[in-house]
Design a protein around this ligand. Sequence first.
Ligand SMILES: [Zn+2]
Length: 219
Amino acid sequence: MKYLDLRKEIIIACREMVEKNLVIGTWGNISVRLPDEPTAFLITPSGLDYFATKTEDLVIVDLEGNILAGHRKCSSEVQLHRLIYKNRKDIKAILHNHSPYASTLCAAQKPIPPLAEDLVQIVGGGVDVTPYVAGRNHLQLGKAACRALGPEKFALLLANHGPVACGRSLQEAMVIALIVEKAAKMYLWAQLVGGAKEIPTKDIQKEREHFLYKYGQKE
Ligand SMILES: [Zn+2]
């Protein structure tokens, strides 16, 4: 089977979403752009238990929405993934979940302000929220998500629904999902002590650049 390792990585990440309380049951979905075929991506199937999902259950879809391989019905949120990949060539993986604190802000239709250095470094600033779009309006939801994501950010909130974390790799998308959840928690808890203060705009870009070009070990 093609992309066997990548399929295994996606299934492991799905189980990690459950174990880290990012999703309950099968709400949530993961996709990864194919490394040698950037106009297509692998995505989780619809409504299948992550602990019973097998490598052959994943579906390959192209950027026009055609199913290229797989016998399962793919995630109902495939349009969201497809439009993000179409709009943002730098995004290689998408992890959509329903984590409790970020979903709370989705319910309040409130963005997460740029309140923590790790958030602005890895996401590129605060996290914007879409206007409400009913989940069944898949195309509209995807378009609203792209607008909230903008040209450079790596996460967004879907109103009354849940967060979307993107990454330059699946590993990065997972870290972003966890950082967004932590930032949402910080934002809510900060209300008890007078509210979160934002990092100045001039410093956000510097933090992001530092993360992208200087952070970590030199090879
Ligand atoms: Zn969802």
